[in-house]
Write a protein that binds this ligand. Structure first.
Ligand code: F6P
Length: 364
C-alpha cells in the first residue's frame, strides 16, 4: 500500500531507546515512502484528547542519544478503561476508545505505530480489532515481553545496574558490609539476573525463585568464614520470600494508574538480615536511574532496526503485528498471539544454571 501519513505514540513507562525508534520511523517513512509522520503526544492520551505534532528529519535530528521520549508517555491512559477524577475527587472509569478511533480517522493516518510494553500492545491489539491499522513495537526495561529476544531499554538498564554493583562492591569490601541493590523488573528477574552476573553479585534474588532467608544467611556466613566478610546482593523488586508476603509494594495501588507500585523488598531484606548478623547491612534502591538517560549502542541499534522494519511492514499492509527480535533477524509476531503474556526467566534456563555454577546463591 502507498503510505501517505503515519502516526506514532510511546506508551507506558519511558526507557532508553524510545527516541531511536521515533527517529527511525520518521526517517524511514519520509526517506523510503515520502510519507508524513505525526507524533501523538503522551501515549494514547494524545489520541483521545487530540494532542499531536508533526515529526520530520529536522525535528528528530539530534534525538538518537537522548533518554526518555520526545513525545511524552503515560502509563495511566488506557482509552478502553480510562481512569480520571470526577468533580468530587472520586475515580471514574470511562471508555474513550471510540473517540480515539475517530481522532485517528480525522488525522487521516494510514497506520499507528504503537511503541510500548505489554499493556500498550494489548491496547493496540484492541484498536486493531476495531479497524485501526496498527503495528506494535516492543519496549520495556523489564525484558518480559513474549515473542522478542530483547526489548530495547533493557540492556541500558542492565548496564546501569551493573555499574551500581561495581560501586557497591568497593564499599562492601572497604567496610565489611552487606550491600543490597534493589532493581526494577516488576515480576520478572531479568535485570537482577544479568546485572547480578555482570556485577559479580554473590546473591541474586529473583521473583521466579522465592528465596529462603536461611540460604541467604548461609551464603553470607560462608563468605565471612572464608575470609570475605562482605557480600553484595541484588534483589529484584518483585522477589518474594518463600512462605512470606506475596510481593512488596510501596503503594498498594497508585490511584490513577490502577496497578500496584512495586518496591521495598530491598529494605525489608536489609532489616531482616540486620537482625540476624553482626555485619552492617545497607540497601540502595536504584529506581528510575535504570529507565532514564542515554541508551547504549545496543538499544540504539535495536530501536532503529525495530522502527525501520515496522514502517516497511506497514507499507506491505502487514498490520496487527508486533516487530520482534529473533536473533539475528527482526520478524513479525501477531499481536493476538501475545495476549498480555509476561515472559519470566524459565526455571530451566541456562542462565540460572550458569549463575549457580559459579557459586552465586539464588536463595534456594
Ligand atoms: O515496567 C517498567 C517499570 O520501570 C518497572 O520495572 C517498574 O516496576 C515500573 O515500571 C515503575 O513504574 P512507575 O514509573 O510508574 O513507578
Amino acid at each position: 500500500m502507498k503510505l501517505k501519513r503515519v502516526g506514532i505514540l510511546t506508551g507506558g513507562g519511558d526507557c532508553s531507546g524510545l527516541n531511536a525508534v521515533i527517529r527511525a520511523v520518521t526517517r524511514t517513512a519520509s526517506i523510503c515512502y515520502g510519507a508524513e509522520v505525526i507524533g501523538i503526544q503522551d501515549g494514547y492520551d494524545g489520541l483521545i484528547f487530540n494532542r499531536c505534532q508533526e515529526l520530520n528529519n529536522t525535528v528528530t535530528r539530534d534525538i538518537l542519544p537522548l533518554g526518555g521520549t520526545i513525545l511524552g508517555a503515560t502509563n495511566k491512559g488506557d482509552p478502553f478503561e480510562y481512569r480520571e477524577y470526577d468533580s468530587d475527587g472520586k475515580i471514574v472509569i470511562k471508555d474513550y476508545s471510540q473517540k480515539a478511533l475517530e481522532n485517528f480517522r480525522q488525522l487521516k493516518l494510514d497506520c499507528l505505530f504503537s511503541v510500548g510494553g505489554e499493556g500498550t500492545l494489548e491496547i493496540a491489539h484492541n484498536f486493531q480489532k476495531m479497524g485501526m491499522p496498527v503495528v506494535g513495537i516492543p519496549k520495556t526495561i523489564d525484558n518480559d515481553l513474549e515473542g522478542t529476544d530483547y526489548c530495547f531499554g533493557y540492556q541500558t538498564a542492565v548496564q546501569v545496574a551493573c555499574d551500581a554493583l561495581d560501586r557497591l562492591q568497593t564499599t562492601g569490601r572497604s567496610h565489611d558490609r552487606v550491600m543490597i541493590l534493589e532493581v526494577m523488573g516488576r515480576t520478572a528477574g531479568w535485570i537482577a539476573m544479568e546485572a547480578g552476573i555482570s556485577g559479580s553479585a554473590h546473591i541474586i534474588l529473583i521473583p521466579e525463585i522465592p528465596y529462603h532467608m536461611d540460604k541467604v544467611l548461609e551464603k553470607i556466613q560462608l563468605r565471612e568464614a572464608g575470609g570475605s566478610p562482605y557480600s553484595v546482593i541484588v534483589v529484584a523488586e518483585g522477589a518474594t520470600e518463600h512462605g512470606g508476603a506475596e510481593i512488596t509494594t510501596e503503594q498498594a495501588e497508585s490511584r490513577l494508574q490502577g496497578v500496584a507500585q512495586l518496591g521495598g523488598v530491598g529494605n525489608y531484606l536489609a532489616h531482616s538480615l540486620g537482625e540476624k548478623i553482626d555485619l552492617e547491612v545497607r540497601c540502595t534502591v536504584l529506581g528510575h536511574l535504570q529507565r532514564g538517560g542515554t541508551p547504549n549502542s545496543f538499544d540504539r541499534v535495536l530501536g532503529t532496526r525495530l522502527g525501520t522494519f515496522a514502517v516497511h511492514a506497514a507499507a506491505e499492509g502487514k498490520f496487527g503485528n508486533m516487530v520482534a527480535l529473533k536473533t539475528p533477524d527482526i520478524v513479525l509476531i501477531p499481536l493476538e498471539d501475545l495476549a498480555g503474556a509476561v515472559r519470566n526467566i524459565p526455571l530451566d534456563a541456562q542462565i540460572i544454571r550458569s549463575a549457580e555454577s559459579i557459586g552465586i546463591c539464588l536463595g534456594r
